[in-house]
Design a protein around this ligand. Structure first.
Ligand code: 13P
Length: 338
C-alpha cells in the first residue's frame, strides 16, 4: 500500500475521527465573541494548546486540521504544534483553501478560492509536518439554487486542489458542504447532496485523483434548520446512507462527516445510528468542528483556571464520537459524564 493510502486509512482508523480546529481568523473571532473573549494571537494559541494537550484524546482522535497560523505556533513548552500532535500519534492536517467567495453572476451562491500558488503551499505545509489537507466548498440551498454552474465550478476547484495535494504528498479531504440553513426538506437535501457528490466524483475522476488516496468530508442528509418537520435520527441515518451508496465509489477509504451547525449530541447520535445500520464499503467517521468544540469552548471561557474543565468536556465529546464509530453511543454516556 502506498504512503497516501496508509495515511488515509489511519485518518479513519476504527474508533477514531478528526478534530477540525482550522477556523479561519474571522471564524475563530466569531466563536470567541460568543464567550466574550478577545481574539488575540495568544488567546487563539492558548485555546488550541488546551485542545491539543488533552491527555487521552488520541484514543479517539486520529488527526487534527490546523489553520495556517496554528501550524506555525507552539505549545506552552515550546514544542511546535505539529510535533506535539505527532508525538501523540495524531496526524497534523492543514486547511489550504482561502474561503468561499461570491460566485459572479450567481446571487446567493459561492465558489471557494485558493488554487493560485497551491503547489508551493502544499510543499511548505508538508515540510511543516502536515500529512493531509482540507478544502471546503459551500453549496447553499434556496429558491432555484444550487445551479449547475455553482456545482460545476466548485467540483472543478475541489478536484484541482485534490490533484495538487496528491502530487505533493498530502491526503486531500474533499469537503463539499451542502449548508443546512433554510426551510427545505430532507428530500431536497438528499437531492442536492446527490447532485453535488456525483459532480464532485466526476471531476475527481477527470482530474485523475485516485479515490484510494482521498477522504470525503460531506454534510449528512438532514432537514433544513428552519424546516417545520425535522427528520428523526433513523430517517437521517437511512437517507444519508442511501444517498452515499449511490454517489460515493467504494474505493474511497472513509467518509468523515462535518457537523455543520447540528447540536453536538445530534451529530454524535446521527453518526452512531449510521454505524449501527452499517453495510457500507467505507469507514463512517467524523471531522467535527463545532460538535467537538462547543462544550470545551464554553467551559474554557478564556480563563486558565478552567483548562482542566475544558479538557474534560473535550475528552467527553471525543469519547462519545469514538463510540459512535461503532454504533455504540448511547444517551447514558451523556448522563454518566454529568
Ligand atoms: P463543523 O463540524 O463545525 O461544521 O466544522 C467542520 C469543518 O471543518 C467545516 O469546514
Amino acid at each position: 500500500m502506498g504512503e497516501l493510502e496508509q495515511i488515509a486509512k489511519a485518518m479513519v482508523a476504527p474508533g477514531k475521527g478528526i478534530l477540525a480546529a482550522d477556523e479561519s481568523s474571522p471564524t475563530i473571532k466569531k466563536r470567541f465573541d460568543s464567550i466574550n473573549v478577545e481574539s488575540t494571537e495568544e488567546a487563539r494559541r492558548g485555546y488550541r494548546d488546551m485542545l491539543f494537550t488533552t491527555a487521552g484524546a488520541e484514543e479517539h482522535v486520529s488527526g487534527v486540521i490546523l489553520f495556517d497560523e496554528t501550524i506555525r505556533q507552539n505549545s506552552a513548552d515550546g514544542t511546535p504544534f505539529p510535533k506535539l500532535l505527532e508525538s501523540k500519534g495524531i496526524l497534523p492536517g492543514i486547511k489550504v483553501d482561502a474561503g468561499a467567495k461570491d460566485l459572479p453572476g450567481a446571487p446567493g451562491e459561492k465558489v471557494t478560492e485558493g488554487l493560485d500558488g497551491l503547489r508551493d503551499r502544499v510543499k511548505e505545509y508538508h515540510g511543516l509536518g502536515a500529512r493531509f489537507a482540507k478544502w471546503r466548498a459551500v453549496i447553499n440551498i434556496g429558491d432555484g439554487i444550487p445551479s449547475d454552474y455553482c456545482l460545476d465550478a466548485n467540483a472543478h476547484a475541489l478536484a484541482r486542489y485534490a490533484a495538487l495535494c496528491v502530487e505533493g504528498g498530502l491526503v486531500p479531504i474533499v469537503e463539499p458542504e451542502v449548508i443546512m440553513d433554510g426551510s427545505h426538506s430532507l428530500e431536497t437535501c438528499y437531492e442536492v447532496t446527490a447532485r453535488t457528490l456525483q459532480k464532485v466524483f466526476t471531476a475527481l475522476y477527470e482530474q485523475r485523483v485516485p479515490c484510494e488516496q482521498m477522504i470525503l468530508k460531506p454534510n449528512m442528509v438532514i432537514s433544513g434548520s428552519d424546516c417545520s418537520t425535522q427528520a428523526s435520527v433513523t430517517q437521517v441515518a437511512e437517507a444519508t446512507l442511501h444517498c452515499f451508496h449511490r454517489s460515493v465509489p467504494a474505493a474511497v477509504p472513509g467518509i468523515v462527516f462535518l457537523s455543520g451547525g447540528q447540536s453536538d449530541k445530534a451529530a454524535t447520535a446521527h453518526l452512531s445510528e449510521m454505524n449501527k445500520l452499517g453495510g457500507g464499503p467505507w469507514e463512517l467517521s467524523f471531522s467535527y468542528g463545532r460538535a467537538l468544540q462547543a462544550a470545551p469552548l464554553k467551559a474554557w471561557g478564556g480563563k486558565s483556571e478552567n483548562l482542566a474543565a475544558a479538557q474534560k468536556a473535550y475528552l467527553h465529546r471525543a469519547r462519545c464520537n469514538g463510540a459512535a464509530r461503532s454504533g455504540s453511543y448511547s444517551a447514558e454516556m451523556e448522563s454518566q459524564a454529568a
